[in-house]
Design a protein around this ligand. Structure first.
Ligand SMILES: NC(=O)c1ccc[n+]([C@@H]2O[C@H](COP(=O)([O-])OP(=O)(O)OC[C@H]3O[C@@H](n4cnc5c(N)ncnc54)[C@H](O)[C@@H]3O)[C@@H](O)[C@H]2O)c1
Length: 259
């Protein structure tokens, strides 16, 4: 398998969850990957498992200096960077009334400012080479509202806007920028109570595919966007959500589940 042969990628938040699935798949497809995260043990363990094609760096995506160090480490270890997956993120469930300014800013700082810094700093590097693909991980909550997710949804809507602007500014210089919008994926974030699969799937009874998604299903979409197979995609928004965003069923009417 060599869909990413000779490509170098940075995957932020790559120590676990869909970032780890992405790093694994990218390496399996021939890429060399710098895994960045704040989880040092998990990140180092994954890099060791993946061998010479992977390295781990401790990297807080909200820290501008750390971005420069991460880019330098990728270039030093593997050469110029072709792919950036801005995947790192945090979730916070709180109503707007309960959310403090500091809490709101923390989520924005990691999810949105972190993504901006990657688009800016690694983007400049890619523009210098007139070549690259950036995958920004937004969410279904960057396309709709969700109770208890004010800060998170704001950050993910922000990523969507940032992606469109970057696609316009970078596309004509050879760097493609797209966003993906996962929803209901079985990771520590998507399954915070570590529910068994059958239980978890019940939460998705009103989603067309009626099940939770796998981190690997998201990774395969990032692989497509990272590879040259998506050479004409720029500014695209791809939902990986089992159909969650398609609409709301009229329960009990023709075509609804169970009818
Ligand atoms: N799981 C879902 O259902 C779902 C749905 C939509 C979007 N997403 C998005 O997918 C991405 C990956 O999430 P996941 O589901 O794999 O969850 P996860 O919690 O397993 O992974 C998130 C990773 O980001 C890292 N991280 C957090 N703060 C960081 C920081 N400041 N700097 C660097 N790394 C940091 C974490 O340590 C973790 O490894 C996130 O952006 C998330 O918002 C997830």
């Amino acid at each position: 398998m060599s869909r990413l042969k000779n490509k170098v990628a940075i995957v932020t938040g790559g120590a676990r969850g869909m970032g780890a699935a992405t790093a694994r798949l990218f390496v399996a497809e021939g890429a060399r990957v710098l895994i960045s995260d704040v989880l040092e043990d998990d990140g180092a363990k994954l890099a060791a498992e993946l061998g010479d094609a992977a390295r781990f760096v401790r990297h807080d995506v909200s820290d501008e200096n750390a971005w420069h160090a991460t880019l330098a480490q990728a270039v030093d270890a593997f050469g110029g960077v072709d792919v950036l997956v801005n995947n790192a993120g945090v979730l916070m469930f709180k109503t707007l009334a309960e959310t403090s300014k500091a809490e709101f800013e923390r989520v924005i700082d990691i999810n949105l400012v972190g993504c901006f810094l990657g688009v800016k700093i690694v983007g400049q590097h890619m523009l210098g080479r007139r070549h690259g693909s950036i995958v920004n991980v937004s969410s279904v909550d960057g396309m709709k509202g969700a109770n208890g997710l004010g800060a998170y949804a704001a950050s993910k809507w922000g990523i969507r806007g940032l992606t469109r602007v970057a696609a316009m500014e970078y596309g004509h210089k050879g760097v493609r920028v797209n966003s993906i919008h996962p929803g209901g994926i079985d990771t520590a974030m998507g399954n915070p109570y570590a529910e068994a699969r059958a239980e978890l799937n019940k939460r998705y009874a009103m989603v067309p595919l009626q099940r939770v998604g796998e981190p690997e299903e998201v990774a395969r979409t990032s692989l497509f966007l990272a590879s040259d197979e998506s050479s004409y995609l720029c500014g695209a928004e791809i939902a990986i959500d089992g159909g969650m965003l398609t609409g709301q069923y009229y329960v009990g009417f023709p075509g609804a589940p169970g009818i």
